[in-house]
Design a protein around this ligand. Structure first.
Ligand code: A2P
Length: 278
């Protein structure tokens, strides 16, 4: 099954992609290859994940033609000066074995490097052909507004943690206001959501798995893209097999009702400028 496209400021992003955080070496090569065989056309990686070579090998092993695939990578927060960002992007391309990525993101904001400089560098990376599109990740509303205002080139996505435990309506509204896609990482709450009664019951009603129901909850929301991570062939195939059923309003509301005050499943306290992000 292939995913429909989310249109965002000139980009067409497959609504379901493969997350690769913490997948490395042979397991990552296999996951990427299986995903492409199962119909995925969107693969997400990052310089920081240490798996760009493996992602590139998986892509080549699949035999898919480059223009059919949407590949995202990210620049780590320590590399956000103009020269470092360009160097980081070039190194990512070398590791991936690609001439350009489809989307280059700032992985986390960094208050100690002026956003103005970083956004300028990101625009340059696009103009120089290192990436077709640019965007950000882990940007809260105020920083996203600032990034959009400072950018001469369109930003197309803000990638953030998002799943039913974590209400992201403010960031989602800001993405929609600016025409960006909201890409949800850890969409399964790192697997923690899958035992929730509300999810299990809705899944039983549809004859689907809990993971499919949670991912369906994401992609039914306009402008939302989900990138579940799996290293298992069956689960990879299962996670994209979600475009032939729909949750009704009550089911969506029940699953959204799982939101809790601090619903994050990852701890962002190490991140620079996180207090600005709150
Ligand atoms: P595995 O790689 O063994 O499949 P998230 O994307 O929210 O970070 O969640 C990733 C976690 O969820 C991983 O531990 C992954 O394990 C597990 N996972 C991914 N897809 C499924 C699925 N369809 N059913 C159960 N667990 C899944």
């Amino acid at each position: 099954m292939t995913a429909p496209l989310v249109e965002a400021n000139g980009a067409a992003i497959p609504a379901l992609g493969l997350g690769t955080w913490e997948a490395t070496n042979d397991a990552c090569i296999a996951a990427v290859q299986w995903a492409i065989e199962a119909g995925y056309r969107h693969i997400d990686t990052a310089a920081r994940y240490g798996n760009e070579e493996a992602v590139g090998q998986g892509i080549r092993a699949s035999g898919i033609s480059r223009d059919k695939l949407f590949v995202t990578t990210k620049v780590w927060y320590e590399d956000l000066s103009e020269s470092n960002l360009m160097r980081s992007a070039e190194a990512s391309l070398r590791r991936l074995g690609l001439d350009a990525v489809d989307l280059l993101l700032i992985h986390w904001p960094n208050a100690s490097i002026p956003l103005k400089e970083t956004i300028k560098a990101l625009g340059r990376a696009r103009r120089d052909g290192l990436t077709r599109h640019i965007g950000v990740s882990n940007f809260p509303v105020a920083l996203l507004d600032e990034a959009v205002a400072r950018s001469d080139e369109p930003l197309v996505a803000n990638q953030c943690e998002y799943h039913p435990y974590l209400d992201q309506s403010k960031v989602l509204d800001a993405c929609r206001r600016h025409g960006l896609a909201f890409t949800a990482y850890c969409p399964l709450g790192r697997g923690q959501l899958l035992d929730e009664r509300a999810v299990v019951e809705v899944a039983e009603r549809h004859g689907r798995t809990p993971a499919q129901v949670v991912l369906r909850w994401h992609v039914q929301q306009p402008g939302v893209v989900a990138i579940p991570k799996s290293a298992n062939r069956e689960r990879i195939a299962q996670n994209i097999d979600i475009f032939d059923f729909a949750l009704d309003e009550d089911e969506v509301a029940r699953i959204s009702g799982l939101a809790r005050p601090d619903g994050r499943v990852i701890d962002p306290s190490w991140a620079p400028a996180w207090d600005k992000a709150a």
